[in-house]
Design a protein around this ligand. Sequence first.
Ligand SMILES: NC(=O)C1=CN([C@@H]2O[C@H](COP(=O)(O)OP(=O)(O)OC[C@H]3O[C@@H](n4cnc5c(N)ncnc54)[C@H](O)[C@@H]3O)[C@@H](O)[C@H]2O)C=CC1
Ligand SMILES: O=C(O)C1=N[C@H](C(=O)O)C[C@H](O)C1
Length: 248
Amino acid sequence: MIKVSVIGAHGRMGRTVVGAVDSADDMELSQQLDASDSFDLVNSGNTDIAVDFTVPSVTLNNVLELVRRGISVVVGTTGWTDERFEEVRKALAENPGVGVFIAPNFAISAVLADHFAGVAARYFESAEVIELHHPDKVDAPSGTAIHTAHTIADARREAGLGSVPDGTQGGMDSRGEVVDGIHVHAVRLRGLNAHEEVLLGNAGEQLTIRADSFDRGSFMPGVLLAIRNMATGAHSGLIVGLDSFLDL
Ligand SMILES: NC(=O)C1=CN([C@@H]2O[C@H](COP(=O)(O)OP(=O)(O)OC[C@H]3O[C@@H](n4cnc5c(N)ncnc54)[C@H](O)[C@@H]3O)[C@@H](O)[C@H]2O)C=CC1
Ligand SMILES: O=C(O)C1=N[C@H](C(=O)O)C[C@H](O)C1
């Protein structure tokens, strides 16, 4: 049995992960921590894998704390940057055999949308990303949209494409946040869960790639897949993105 502890266990995602782990035949739910709980409750005796779904402002410290305790971590929380990844890599170098897996999105629809955007981006002059979420989300733009913008930008660079065309001279606030040269727009609307649209345009044609996650259950097969992969012990170091465990 894989012993799993959940950090952020009282949150929307944390509660869903607790239910999914509890229902998995090969997993045993160990500790459930939230904001006021001490990390002393989690140790390598009671936890094989810790899962972090908290908030961007605390997730780095949580991961570093767990790595120092010799516990591998699966992370879904957003707010990661290259600098934060580097801090995790340094901590992992001091704790060989420990692994950290971070995914901006665990839903297969979103992972594939990101992959397809990377395949398509080189063929289009224009590219923009729209992400749409529930209004209780604290961060914008979404971690997934930031990741997709980088995927598109990487593909454009590799293909030798220049900047996206944009004649806007005023009102830049209306054009969204520019992430790696790609405009990213964030919508917050009651009734939504997690959605993303990638718009790719050429003269006279458009390709739209859209992923819709209607329910937090959509993230659970990906979370369980990551827990199972990390529990094999075959993945030490830092791994980013569920595509690492999919044969895309
Ligand atoms: N990678 C993915 O597929 C997905 C990622 N997310 C991300 O997961 C994160 C959590 O999302 P939600 O569950 O909707 O948020 P939420 O606000 O419902 O839950 C966050 C929980 O973390 C707790 N928390 C805060 N500080 C803590 C600390 N120091 N230690 C332990 N717990 C602490 C809060 O009390 C709360 O219960 C967000 O960053 C969100 O963007 C959400 C859905 C899918
Ligand atoms: O907060 C959410 O809900 C989600 N957060 C992640 C993100 O910011 O990309 C993943 C998914 O979009 C749901």
